[in-house]
Design a protein around this ligand. Structure first.
Ligand code: NAD
Ligand code: MG
Length: 390
């Protein structure tokens, strides 16, 4: 029996992970499940999978969680302390599927236990790539990518050396506003931004797909995970979302990974790695699909991509600044305090302010320095947003 834990179990990736695990309950011992305010979902899954520990991120939800687990042996916990405790419980395989920088610490703790970390939380590598990779190395832990593009590239690279590849191409659907007139973007609402042409995902990542901040994070994530220079990582709009990534070799060969847009593929690949198992995902009928199309992303429509290039060129803690400012800008867009097009401006403002803060971006990579950069970037983004809304 493999011991598994799922951080962010109630979210989109978490639920897809549970779907796979629940199909073979005899193969897994579920150690810990964590979630947020949806304690009914969390408790139902903890019961179904007979988890040992269920954790809500919110202290005020503890009583409800306890009540929902009444009559079981499942322990209930709440808040940061319980989240850390869950992460420190020995497990063989851990899914990191919390959204945002909040996913960093539990993932780091799981790596310190030597677990195999299935990484859906891209913010982990964006904020603290060198620290995370070094922690994994030091504790003999394995990190497996779950972001679909990175899983695809990882699969294309089986038996090859990432350091030798000529280029890595991450595909993007282009999001909800791919075909909108540019002038209309400033009027986009959160509801409009939260509809994705091909993938069903959490609200935040779906809006990030419309702005391509999601792809901006993914380019940085790929640089950190594969150790490939930013200049060799390209973004290509592929409206059908069937090719997830391509790897170009020195001899001109381009290896592509195709599959239905269903996260259970990437999750299942990480769950069964290094072998492949039958997965409940649709098989592609390419004759039926007929054609695949591609276009270059327009920098004016997707300024987030240029911000990612700046961050990769700058290095250090610039990724933590970009991510934290983006999280606050996204909060403000969802709250209707910032227009859609203001999100990139808020992030650019925070990156600029970070440059003026001696030693911030170039600090040594520690959890403290990352959290400090994260905190300051949130304040700068808030200052920018406040200035816009008064
Ligand atoms: P989601 O919003 O559907 O779920 C997020 C989960 O994290 C929930 O369980 C929520 O309770 C928990 N959570 C939120 N804030 C928290 C906090 N502060 N502390 C502790 N727990 C918290 O998100 P999702 O779409 O499943 O995405 C999860 C992560 O996976 C993100 O980093 C996202 O970028 C990445 N990812 C998602 C997809 C996808 O298809 N949804 C694909 C690739 C990568
Ligand atoms: Mg992705």
């Amino acid at each position: 029996m493999r011991r598994v834990s799922i951080f962010g179990a109630t979210g989109s990736v978490g639920q897809s992970t549970i779907d796979l695990i629940a199909r073979a309950p005899e193969a897994y011992e579920v150690v810990a499940l964590t979630g947020g305010r949806n304690v009914a979902r969390l408790a139902a899954d903890a019961r179904r999978l007979n988890a040992r520990f269920a954790v809500t991120a919110h202290d005020e939800c503890l009583n409800d969680l306890r009540a929902a687990l009444d009559g079981t042996q499942i322990r209930a916990g709440a808040g940061q302390g319980a989240l850390k405790e869950a992460a420190a419980m020995p497990a063989d395989w851990v899914m990191s599927a919390i959204v945002g920088a909040a996913g960093l610490l539990p993932g780091l703790i799981a790596l310190e236990q030597g677990a195999t970390l299935a990484l859906a939380n891209k913010e982990t590598l964006v904020c603290a790539g060198p620290l995370v990779m070094e922690t994994a190395r030091r504790h003999g832990a394995t990190i497996l990518p779950v972001d679909s593009e990175h899983s695809a590239a990882f699969q294309c690279l089986a038996g090859e050396s990432a350091a030798d590849v000529e280029r890595l191409i991450l595909t993007a659907s282009g999001g909800a506003f791919r075909d909108w007139p540019l002038a209309r973007l400033a009027t986009a609402t959160p509801e409009q931004a939260a509809t994705h042409p091909n993938w069903v995902m959490g609200q935040r990542i779906t809006i990030d797909s419309a702005s391509m901040f999601n792809k901006a994070l993914e380019v940085i994530e790929a640089k950190e995970f594969f150790g490939i220079e930013g200049e060799r990582i390209e973004v290509l709009i592929h409206p059908e979302s069937l090719i997830h990534a391509m790897v170009g070799h020195a001899d001109g060969a381009l290896m592509a990974h195709l599959g239905a847009p269903d996260m259970r593929h990437a999750i299942g690949y990480a769950l069964n790695w290094p072998v492949r198992a039958d997965l409940p995902v649709a098989r592609l009928d390419l004759a039926e699909i007929g054609s695949l199309t591609f276009r270059r992303p327009d920098p004016a429509r997707y300024p987030a991509l240029d911000l990612a290039r700046q961050v990769m060129a700058r290095g250090g803690l610039a990724g933590a600044v970009l991510n934290a400012a983006k999280e606050r800008a996204l909060d403000a867009f969802i709250a209707r305090d910032l227009p859609f097009t203001g999100m990139a401006d808020a992030v650019a403002f925070a990156l600029d302010r970070a440059e003026g803060e001696p030693g911030l971006i170039d600090a040594e990579f520690t959890l403290d320095s990352v959290l400090r950069a994260d905190r300051m970037a949130r304040d700068w983004a808030d200052a920018y947003i406040h200035k816009q809304s008064v």
